[in-house]
Structure formats: C-alpha cells, structure tokens
Design a binder for this molecule. Structure first.
Ligand SMILES: *[C@@H]1O[C@H](CO)[C@@H](O)[C@H](O)[C@H]1NC(C)=O
Ligand SMILES: *[C@@H]1O[C@H](CO)[C@@H](O)[C@H](O)[C@H]1NC(C)=O
Ligand SMILES: *[C@@H]1O[C@H](CO)[C@@H](O)[C@H](O)[C@H]1NC(C)=O
Ligand SMILES: *[C@@H]1O[C@H](CO)[C@@H](O)[C@H](O)[C@H]1NC(C)=O
Ligand SMILES: *[C@@H]1O[C@H](CO)[C@@H](O)[C@H](O)[C@H]1NC(C)=O
Ligand SMILES: *[C@@H]1O[C@H](CO)[C@@H](O)[C@H](O)[C@H]1NC(C)=O
Ligand SMILES: *[C@@H]1O[C@H](CO)[C@@H](O)[C@H](O)[C@H]1NC(C)=O
Length: 342
C-alpha cells in the first residue's frame, strides 16, 4: 500500500509540468522518497512486532487441556468494604472483602471443594443457596439474594462474619444461572464478582454419582437418611453398594449434553474474572488449592476436608450393565472415561 502511494506521488510530481529548477525538483523527490522509506519501515516494524507477539502467545498459551485455564485479565480481584446491616465487622472493618461464586454442576466435587474453602479462616462460602426455588423465581429475587450474600448479611454455618476476606457461594448451572445469564453476567461485572468454574472431566463417573445419589434420595441406604456427602468409609461403602444401570442408548448424547452445558457456561461468563478448575486436578494436585487462594487474593493456608469419596476404585465395580457401557463408549471420544481413576 505504502509503495503505491509513493509511486503515485512521484508520478504526479513528474507528470505535473514544473518551471522550478531540476535541483529543486530532485530535492522534493528525494524528500518524498525519504518520507516513504520511513513510512514503509514503520509498517514493517509493526508487522514484525505483531508476529513476535503471536509467537509468544502460542508458546505461552496453555493447551486447551490444561488444568487451570487462567484468565485473560489477570487483574487483582475487586476489593469491597461491605457494611452489613445485621452486625459490625469489628476489628476487620478496614480489611477488604472479595466476592466470588463457584459455578459448577451437581456431583462434580463442589461440596467437597466448598468444605476445603471453608476450612480457611477468612473464606465464607455459603453453600448452594439457589437450590431453593423461591430465590431463583425471577431475576429480581436472584439479585436480592446475591445482594444479601455480598453484603455479608446471609447467615449459614459457613459465615465467618467479621473477618471474612472472601465471601461467596456455589451455584449450579441449572439453578437459574444459565436461564438468566445476561443479567447475572452484568451483575457480576458491575459488582466485581470473580467466578470459580469447577467441572469434572470424567463425565461418566459424574453420571454414576448422579444416578446413585438420586437413588439414595428415595431408597435412603444410610439408615433412613439421605446423604449426598459422607464422612466415613462405612457410609461410603453403603452408598456405593448400590449399582445403577446406565441407559446405554442415550449415554453418548447424555454425556455430550453435559459437556455442552459446561462449555456454554464458560462462554456466557467468559468476560467476568474467572479461573477454571477440574475436580480430578484438585484431587491429585494440591497446588491447585494454592492457585485458588491466590485467585481470591487471601493469605495462603493449608485447606482440609473431612469428606470421604463415595465411589472409590474402578468404575466397572459400580455399574450394573458395565459391559454395555464399555461397548458403547469404546472407540468414542469418551473412551478414556472408562479407565480413569477419578
Ligand atoms: C419476582 O417474584 C417476586 C416474588 O414472587 C414478586 O414479588 C416480583 O413481583 C417478581 N418480579 C418480577 C419482575 O417478576
Ligand atoms: C483473617 O481472619 C483473622 C481472624 O479470624 C483476622 O485477624 C485477619 O485479619 C483476617 N485476614 C484478612 C486478610 O482479612
Ligand atoms: C446404621 O445404624 C446402625 C445402628 O445404629 C449402625 O451400626 C450402622 O453402622 C449404621 N449404618 C450406616 C451405613 O450408617
Ligand atoms: C433410554 O434412552 C432412550 C433414548 O433416550 C429412551 O427411549 C429409553 O426409554 C431409555 N430407557 C430407559 C430404560 O430409560
Ligand atoms: C466470550 O463469549 C462470547 C460469546 O458469548 C464470544 O463471542 C467471545 O469470543 C468469547 N471470548 C472468549 C475470549 O472466549
Ligand atoms: C499442579 O498444579 C500446578 C499449578 O496449577 C501446575 O503448575 C503443576 O504443573 C501441576 N502439577 C502436576 C503434576 O500436574
Ligand atoms: C472394555 O472391553 C474390552 C473388550 O472386552 C476390554 O478389553 C476392556 O478391558 C474393557 N474395559 C474396561 C475398562 O472394563
């Protein structure tokens, strides 16, 4: 483009009859040549820098499979100084508070994850508050509920009140989150809420957990009480003694649907400050918990949980029609779910 302009300029100069001296004309041509040269040079430089930037991005960008797909904007979390109506923040009035939300799906380890977070002195994660229908009836009840949580006026066993430095709760995708995603996204951005996505890679294990849990809801294997999370190995054994049958006809499309729901949530909320975690990584890699604390901008602590995993060992032990399932998934993109440990 630059060259065309230069030639054009030269042409006009030459075509235009001029009575000026050849020396003057030559000087002008020389000047134009210089200006064009500089112009071309700057364009070249720009292109070179764009190319290098792209290389850096390619090298530095995590592969789509990496565990912690961090953030486009690694800015620090927004600080808040809430003034709760129901109590005084006492000695911690001057301490900033960060707002977060755990976006997850049922049976993806979010209950366990939340107990880990709540073992931190300064984290208050208030549970699945939108499991109650009336709180997610419409967007105004949702916002009202959110306001109450983030003003620290929401009370649960997890509330730390005075000295909470990070306050939040967990929100399942099917609890009005996707249905009202536009307004909720606006709210998150406006209020500076950071999102922690927590997904499970092995959707087949998740499915077994969902089926077993919904069965127990009715059968109540644990001495007549339903428990979705257990604290002893005996309880875990009792729950996992039930072997669900998986519908192999709809299995692939069911798995696909769950994967799509997660992708959709990521897409809808991708412009809020966020971190993506996978249950499997949390189980095997304790550094992830450090990442979370760093993301929340709170002092590092050792996080602990008393919860015991319900389905331990090979998945084939927990599914009645395992051969069916194995046959259905063998050779598909979901094959790895059959053998994985978590
Ligand atoms: C939302 O639900 C509440 C409670 O039922 C009701 O009072 C309010 O009018 C509803 N708001 C909208 C915008 O529908
Ligand atoms: C964390 O909580 C302790 C008391 O439980 C408090 O002394 C400390 O200031 C809090 N830290 C932050 C960063 O708010
Ligand atoms: C059920 O209750 C009995 C007696 O109280 C107890 O021994 C047993 O361990 C309980 N079973 C489970 C799975 O909690
Ligand atoms: C399994 O899924 C198929 C397809 O969705 C459905 O037609 C069938 O009724 C299901 N079978 C059982 C036992 O639920
Ligand atoms: C975020 O999602 C929007 C669609 O909702 C999409 O257009 C955009 O490319 C996404 N951005 C990133 C960085 O994924
Ligand atoms: C554990 O997580 C950290 C931080 O996300 C990561 O840098 C590291 O590579 C992980 N380690 C393994 C063995 O995956
Ligand atoms: C699935 O079936 C194949 C062929 O029968 C067998 O070799 C493989 O071990 C099975 N996989 C699992 C995880 O049971």
């Amino acid at each position: 483009m630059a060259e065309y302009i230069c030639v054009f300029n030269k042409d006009t100069l030459i075509i235009k009859p001029s009575k000026k001296s050849p020396l003057f004309l030559r000087t002008i041509v020389l000047l134009f040549a210089m200006v064009c040269g500089v112009y071309i040079c700057t364009i070249c430089m720009k292109q070179i820098s764009v190319v290098t930037k792209m290389n850096v991005q390619v090298i530095g960008s995590p592969s789509p499979d990496t565990n912690i797909a961090t953030q486009l904007e690694p800015q620090i979390p927004t600080l808040h100084y809430p003034k709760p109506e129901t109590f005084s923040r006492g000695e911690c009035t001057q301490n900033p508070v960060r707002f977060f939300v755990i976006l997850s799906m049922q049976r993806s380890g979010s209950g366990w994850f939340e107990t880990l977070l709540n073992s931190h002195t300064n984290i208050s994660s208030n549970g699945e508050i939108f499991s109650a229908m009336e709180r997610r009836k419409n967007i105004s009840t949702i916002i009202q509920t959110l306001e109450k949580v983030y003003s620290l006026d929401w009370f649960t066993s997890a509330s730390k009140n005075e000295c909470s430095a990070a306050v939040g709760f967990k929100w399942m995708l099917n609890q009005g989150l996707i249905a009202h995603h536009e307004e909720i996204m606006e709210y998150f951005k406006h209020r500076g809420v950071s999102a922690i996505f927590l997904f499970r890679r092995n959707l087949l294990r998740r499915m077994v957990s969902v089926l077993a849990n919904s069965y127990d809801r009715y059968a109540k294997l644990l001495n007549g009480t339903h428990k979705s999370h257990v604290h002893s190995h005996q309880e875990a054994a009792a729950l996992s003694s039930y072997k669900p049958v998986i519908n192999s006809t709809s299995l692939i499309s069911d798995l696909k649907e769950v994967g799509l729901a997660a992708a959709k949530a990521l897409e809808y909320f991708n412009s809020t400050r966020h971190i993506v975690l996978y249950y499997e990584d949390l189980v095997t890699n304790r550094t992830k918990l450090k990442d979370v604390q760093e993301f929340l901008g709170i002092p590092q602590m050792e996080l602990t949980s008393r919860q015991v995993k319900i389905h331990k060992g090979p998945l084939s032990d927990f599914v009645k029609n395992w051969d069916d399932v194995n046959r259905t998934l063998s050779g598909t993109e979901y094959e790895s779910f059959l053998g994985a440990d978590y």
